[in-house]
Design a protein around this ligand. Structure first.
Ligand SMILES: [Zn+2]
Length: 212
């Protein structure tokens, strides 16, 4: 069958100036089926799964795109053949499992507090592995400093609004940038898959949910 390109396509959305981020993935065609079902995944799909559109979600999507350009150049992303290690962010982990098909219960996904970047992605069939990390100085430091206070629930509603505005501006910046200018992808020749049974990471995106 004809393979579609897995590369990101940025196109003007019909009703707004926001670009659309698009992936082509391939899966099996039914519960016991063949790997022959291609479909497209958008940033909107990721946002619905995750719960919101945020800068972390866009960072994850663009970082994964950069890995897939190395791993599946001009091909659909094979979600039957990947496993992934993710940094612990709830936004990054949701992108990781959605776009790779990796799942903890099948030994194809785990979280590492410091994987040396955002993700390490490995092809299961040949062991080919890549790490992706963000270039220095891309993310405004104020997002991290205010984010740390938000996790401690030390931001007022107005300060949370300010943090959201900063993150939204960063999201717009990311979507307007060339992903290759944002991330560094490196092959890992000696990567060892070492899943950890760690499940006490803090889900930071719900800590302030009960706004006073
Ligand atoms: Zn998020």
């Amino acid at each position: 069958m004809t393979r579609l390109f897995a590369l990101l396509i940025f196109a003007a959305a019909a009703c707004s100036s926001e670009p659309t981020v698009l992936f082509t993935v391939t899966d099996t065609d039914f519960s016991k089926g063949y790997r022959m079902h291609e479909q497209q995944v958008t940033l909107d799909d990721l946002a619905r799964f995750h719960g919101h559109l945020c800068d972390g979600l866009v960072v994850g999507a663009l970082a994964m795109d950069q890995v897939m350009k190395q791993m599946y150049p001009n091909e659909a992303i094979d979600r039957t053949n990947l496993r992934v290690v993710s940094a612990p962010s709830p936004c990054l982990t949701d992108v990781a499992i959605y776009l790779t098909g990796g799942r903890y219960q099948f030994n194809s996904f785990y979280v590492d507090s410091d994987p040396g970047g955002i993700y390490v992605v490995q092809r299961i069939d040949n062991g080919e592995s890549f790490r992706v990390r963000m270039r220095e100085g891309i993310k405004p430091s104020e997002i991290d400093s205010l984010g740390a206070l938000a996790v401690l629930r030390k931001l007022s509603p107005a300060e949370l609004d300010h943090l959201k505005a900063l993150e939204d501006d960063f999201t717009d910046f990311l979507l307007a940038s060339k992903p290759e200018d944002l991330f560094i992808v490196e092959p890992l020749d000696d990567f060892t898959w070492q899943p950890r049974l760690k499940n006490d990471f803090i889900k930071t995106d719900v800590l302030n949910k009960d706004r006073k």
